[in-house]
Design a protein around this ligand. Structure first.
Ligand code: TRP
Length: 478
């Protein structure tokens, strides 16, 4: 069976941007930023997007395009070892975990959209206008939430079922411009709202003190959010670039995706924070409901509030779909490539599985917050470490060659430093981040009289050192 490819140059970029831009920018980013001190968090997050994100996307691209396979097949084929195939399985698992909470939030959004459309039809105010906070509480984590989760998942399945060209590519071509336009409009409007300035101050002021005091606490969530928003660490970018031809410049595409995605993320913050402060007077405390409470409350004040709310939730539903399809495509491409299942069967099996796992998340707030926050952060960080070590130590110079294909002279000059970054520097950083957010140093600090920071450093160096040695010796065997 010949494998599908993207039909147009723009198709791939838009699909990858569509994957990156999603609830991570509009819902998760404001929530996590509010929980981690606002502007200080923004700064660390942006630095990680540039220094880890762009080289990281390139790492996944190189694996995907060189192999033309799903993450499992890619790592196994390129290394010639089954063990790496197992590492690829980790991505498939992460894809399922991601979709199991993402589709729940997608369901909430879909619900707000449906309610808005109904309100438009009956010419009444949307039901969430009067008490946005209690309204959100009354629907999240109820049996209704399970139904909407399944509905959202079914929509996701329908697009992936239609395939790469007819489903993913055409879908995202419509969705992306609509999202951008609407967000810009909303950001302008938000700036006119009372108390918007407090929101900007929280979000944008450069606050060195908070940054210094909390740097190590911010690091884990900031790295997790940076990976999440760029769809990194789960093999989405491996999978999407596996449908790519040799004429594209990978560095150009990776940079474009990171810039567009960051733009939408920052823009979403410019909508949500002024509104949040305008409605509730503060940023924190509302947890995963922050977006719903702030936006819904703000729309209530607008003359054509219901209409704008309908447009907003419609667009966010589209943004969520263009991301959820990229999560579902990971296990689906795995089943299609490796077990030669037909697309419909693969999609059906995965939708069935996630309907159940996501259904459990939809009912348990504590579990949901754990999965959507720390669990996903650690899975993505671990996944990206594995991909980058693979690029640096197994592909090595082949990776450089792949990177240069279709790219210009700038890529030639940067390719060797890039290989060092993905093989050594970034894994070191990510292992440190992972260990400190798991609190490993803190645990050990109870036993030996050294500060948790230094313990984490020592552990990082030991672990990565062992990994480097292991990888080097396995390479000489192959
Ligand atoms: N980046 C998407 C968002 O911000 C979510 C997403 C899609 C994702 N595919 C992914 C996150 C793969 C991690 C890995 O909403």
């Amino acid at each position: 069976m010949t494998r599908e490819t993207w039909a147009t140059r723009m198709g791939f970029i838009l699909a990858a941007v569509g994957s990156a831009v999603g609830l991570g920018n509009i819902w998760r980013f404001p929530w996590v930023t509010a929980e981690n001190g606002g502007s200080a968090f923004l700064l660390v997050y942006l630095a990680i997007v540039i220094l880890v994100g762009v080289p990281g996307i390139l790492g996944e691209f190189v694996i995907g395009r060189r192999s033309g396979r799903n993450p499992v097949g890619a790592l196994r084929e390129l290394s010639g070892s089954k063990a790496w195939g197992l590492v690829g399985m980790f991505s498939v698992l992460t894809g399922v975990v991601l979709l199991s909470f993402y589709s729940v939030v997608g369901g909430w959004i879909l619900r707000y959209f449906v309610e808005s459309v109904v309100a438009l039809g009956t010419a009444g105010p949307a039901p969430y206008f009067t008490d946005p906070g209690p309204y959100y509480d009354s629907l999240a984590f109820t049996t209704d939430a399970v139904l909407y989760h399944v509905a959202f998942l079914a929509l996701t399945g329908a697009i992936v079922f239609a395939g790469v060209r007819r489903g993913i590519e055409i879908g995202t071509k419509v969705m992306m411009p609509a999202i951008l336009l609407l967000l810009v409009g909303l950001a302008v409007w938000a700036s006119q709202q009372p108390n918007a300035a407090a929101g900007y101050a929280f979000y944008l002021s450069f606050d060195l003190e908070t940054l210094q005091a909390n740097f190590f606490d911010i690091l884990g969530p900031a790295a997790g959010q940076a990976l999440f928003t760029l769809s990194l660490g789960a093999g989405t970018m491996v999978t999407y670039s596996s449908y790519l031809g040799d004429d594209r410049s990978l560095p150009f595409d990776a940079t474009t995706i990171a810039i567009l995605n960051t733009f939408v993320g920052v823009l979403a913050g410019l909508v949500v924070f002024p509104l949040l402060f305008s409605v509730t007077g503060e940023a924190g405390g509302s947890g995963p409901g922050a977006l719903f409470v702030s936006i819904a409350g703000a729309f209530a004040r607008l003359p054509a509030g219901t209409l704008i709310a309908t447009a907003f939730f419609g667009v966010v539903t589209l943004a969520a779909l263009s991301s959820s399809i990229s999560m579902l495509e990971i296990p689906v491409s795995f089943l299609v490539d490796e077990f030669e299942l037909s697309r419909p069967v693969a999609v059906g099996a995965m939708v069935g599985l996630v309907a159940v796992t996501g259904g459990v998340n939809a009912l348990r707030p504590a579990l949901f917050e754990f999965v959507a926050g720390p669990l996903v952060d650690s899975l993505l960080t671990t996944g990206l470490i594995a991909f980058l070590l693979f690029v640096g130590w197994v592909l090595g110079t082949d990776a450089v060659e792949e990177l240069r294909k279709g790219a210009g002279s700038v890529a030639d000059a940067l390719s060797t430093p890039w290989l060092f970054a993905v093989g050594v520097a970034i894994p070191l950083f990510l292992v440190f981040t992972l260990l400190s957010s798991l609190g490993v140093g803190g645990l050990a600090a109870g036993v030996v009289p050294v500060s948790s920071f230094w313990l984490t450093i020592v552990l990082t160096l030991t672990l990565t050192g062992v990994a480097f040695l292991g990888l080097r010796s396995s390479r000489s065997v192959v």
